[in-house]
Design a protein around this ligand. Sequence first.
Ligand code: OAD
Length: 239
Amino acid sequence: MSNRGVRDWVRGAKHVAVLTGAGMSAESGVPTFRDAQTGLWAKFDPQQLATEEAFRANPSMVWDWYAFRREAIAGVQPNAGHRALAEFAKRHPGRLTLITQNVDGLHQRAGSEGVLALHGNIAQDRWLDTPRDCCNADAVAAGSPPCCDRCGNMRRPAVVWFGEALPQLVFAQAEQAARHCDLMLVVGTSGLVYPAAGLARTARGRVAIVNPEPTALDDAADAVLRGTAATVLPQLLED
Ligand code: OAD
């Protein structure tokens, strides 16, 4: 199947669901997780950085690592792929549901509304433990991490760590979109992390993958387009 063929599927679809992963933002300069040379998990051990146990064991190291990524992300821009998705949704209200595993907020910065962010948002934080009366998010003691100066409850990044549940309502909306779409575009994800990857397998309609490399979801796809997000998406989503 060619890019043109999938573009025709887009044109014919009443409802398009899009599932994005780290490769979506690669051309903006955000590193992926699993690419062999440049991926974050090639350099850092996720068990030491992306679990609640790791945060409790070494809060400042984990907080600082997230603060470093947060700053790096604040310095990059959405790419032509992010923009093509946002512009399509504006031109076709109600036809596209955007589901992302990314925590970088680049879809939102490109102008996409109603993004279903399955893994949270790195720009936000929340309490580690259930907040008590003394915990006031607007008056935390500065620090790494900031914490409640009365009880010591710590702020943590508002992202989903390994072993944690996805935000229930957001995931339910994503499943609903998968079950009702005529076409799902699966862009820039290795398809290895569940339950997010499972959405491509529950998609009711056709599935088209956009990725320069093979993925674990290729067997579920009706079309596999070997290209990058910033080059292929503008082609697929043009009117
Ligand atoms: P991965 O790092 O596992 O996969 C990135 C994918 O992007 C790979 O399949 C690459 O081939 C592809 N890719 C690289 N450059 C690309 C480009 N320019 N255009 C399109 N694709 C490109 O990232 P995810 O699949 O997003 O979880 O990983 C899933 C989850 O694992 C993440 O959300 C994160 C991580 O641990 C949490 O933080 C909870």
